[in-house]
Design a protein around this ligand. Structure first.
Ligand SMILES: [Ca+2]
Ligand SMILES: [Ca+2]
Length: 546
């Protein structure tokens, strides 16, 4: 009894002092096991024996979204170009659009770029919240700005796409050398009930990126916003830092912190020029509106689109919805770290997430190693090449894990589970590591509590094991339990004809290749897991704690 009380008091003292050590590794707890069912096999857009980091992936599936309104279709984006409609009943994929118009190919965009960089291609896809009525959806893709050919779309393979009047926008400038562009496009299908596109497209935004890493990608609408709410049909768009933040070129390195650039940011815009007309202004390029309540609207020299900043690669956004208390709803961004910390961040209006002066709960030094925070934990606000007199306290992640064997190399996506089928997952945030195929969970309430302004307090996270049926086994062999997705992906890669001995692309912690796993949710909040290495979509059909 005495010992227990002492331990409690020590814990209390640590907590009060803000000294609770960050959870760099998963906690030992009663394991949570999820059961996976092979749901759909993506058409192969990679090759079974190839070179480079991308073509060896059997399909670069990167977004799985359910058509709003309880329809029976999923829309699935492959970075290599196709946007498919997946019929949930027949599991049949239909190519709805194809972005790959490179070098005479049959797709839409002649400057489309996929060759290198893990995230380049058709990266983002999201439905307008009012899609059932307006047929609108949004995509983000990469283009090669060094090409001198036209950047106008072609409809040679998609005659229903009316390209008359389509014009591109001036690329938003990013300081220093440019190797990539991220392009946000609004599409309007006049007949959403069939499997073909007929209608128009409108370029909303084009952003310069310094390198081919960390592109513009994921996008999301607040799923709880309803007509009349300030957030109704307001788009949150992440833009990676284009690897500027790790550059040794000093002016480039500052880009994620600079409020006059769009890179290393999360943006908040109104795509429809007819929405929120009295509470917003029209953007510089005339294609979208900017809400008046964005945090830097009144800051001279700052881009008014910015909602939060100081990110490296916040490549996955999700919206945590607490069905019992709307005050707990949050936008969450998962950002891939440089050499040290992978992070889950609760996104605050105007928050500076510190990169490249912070990584995880530490300072990031100019030699790209991490160390203790400075005594005065503040960062000067930067607009242009100089800093301003304003200083801000950075916002810290709520979960972090290290580049260690019990961690991984690069955080994937995650979701707070709010579905009905898997009670064991309710209130839990479940997330992946891309390369190792680790899956973990954290308690969402702990994540909210860790969003306390203290760098050292983090939510704990816990291992998820995976029950899966190996197709190589005899039918009576039953399902086996796996520690991570890695072997499941490797077995399936070989089962589908993959000829490399191991999964492609060597990584430090995963060692042999990259599993490339991410989670998705459908309209009911049920979970799917998709993987590029083996080109599969799997459904989470069970979850037990024992
Ligand atoms: Ca249609
Ligand atoms: Ca904290």
């Amino acid at each position: 009894m005495w010992h227990r009380r002492s331990a409690q008091m020590i814990c209390f003292a640590l907590l009060m002092a803000g000294l609770r050590p960050p959870a760099a590794a998963a906690q030992q707890t009663t394991p949570l096991t999820i059961e996976l069912h092979d749901y759909a096999t993506m058409p192969m857009t990679g090759v079974t024996q190839g070179t480079g980091s991308n073509e060896v992936l059997l399909a670069r599936v990167n977004a799985v979204r359910e058509e709003p309104g309880g329809a029976n279709r999923l829309f699935v984006a492959d970075l290599n170009g196709p946007l498919y409609i997946l019929d949930k009943a027949t599991k049949k994929f239909t190519t709805y659009l194809d972005f790959d118009g490179r070098e005479g190919r049959s797709g839409i965009f002649p400057r489309f770029f996929i060759t290198s960089g893990y995230g380049n291609g058709l990266n983002g896809f999201y439905f307008d919240p009012d899609y059932r009525r307006n047929g609108k959806f949004y995509t983000v893709h990469s283009e090669d700005p060094s090409l001198t050919i036209s950047n106008l779309p072609s409809n040679k393979s998609f005659p229903g796409l009316n390209v008359a009047g389509y014009t591109t926008t001036p690329s938003v400038k990013t300081p220093n050398t440019i190797q990539n562009e991220g392009v946000l496009v609004e599409w309007t299908d006049t007949n959403p009930s069939n499997t073909t596109f007929e209608g128009t497209a409108r370029e909303l935004l084009r952003v310069q990126l310094n390198t081919r890493s960390h592109p513009m990608g994921d996008l999301i609408f607040n799923p709880t916003a309803r007509p009349g709410d300030p957030d109704w049909r307001v788009l949150y768009q992440e833009v990676g830092d284009g690897a500027s933040g790790e550059s040794r070129v000093v002016p480039m390195r500052a880009n994620p912190q600079r409020l006059d650039t769009l890179v290393g940011k999360i943006l908040r815009i109104i795509p429809d020029l007819n929405e929120h007309v009295t509470t917003s202004t029209v953007s510089e390029n005339g294609r979208y509106r900017i809400p008046n309540d964005n945090p830097f609207v009144g800051t001279a020299g700052a881009r008014k689109e910015i909602w939060a900043y100081g990110f490296r690669n916040p490549h996955r956004l999700s919206w945590a919805v607490d069905p019992e208390n709307a005050a707990n709803n949050r936008l969450i961004a998962n950002s891939v770290g440089l050499h040290t910390w992978e992070t889950v961040n609760i996104v605050r209006k105007g928050g500076n997430y510190g990169y490249p002066q912070r990584e995880g709960h530490e300072a990031l030094k100019t030699d790209n190693t991490t160390g203790p925070l400075p005594a005065v934990d503040k960062i000067p606000m930067q607009i242009g090449e100089g800093v301003t007199d304003t200083v801000v306290v950075p916002t810290y992640p709520v979960i972090e894990y290290g580049h260690v064997p019990t961690g991984g190399d690069a955080i994937g996506s995650g979701f707070v589970y709010y579905g009905k089928n898997l009670p064991a997952l309710r209130g839990k945030y479940i997330f992946t590591d891309i390369t190792t195929g680790h899956i973990w969970w954290a308690d969402y309430k702990e994540m909210l509590a860790a969003d306390d302004g203290k760098p050292g307090t983090m939510a704990k996270f816990h291992e998820v094991r995976i029950l899966w049926d190996d197709p190589n086994d005899t039918p009576d062999a039953g399902k086996k339990v796996y520690e991570t997705m890695f072997l499941i992906n490797e077995v399936t890669y070989h089962f589908r004809g993959g000829k490399e001995e191991h999964l492609a692309s060597r990584q430090t912690i995963a060692n042999q290749g990259r599993a490339d796993d991410r989670l998705a949710v459908d309209g009911s909040g049920e979970l799917y897991l998709y993987s590029k290495s083996d080109g599969m979509i799997r459904q989470v059909v069970g979850a037990t704690v024992k």
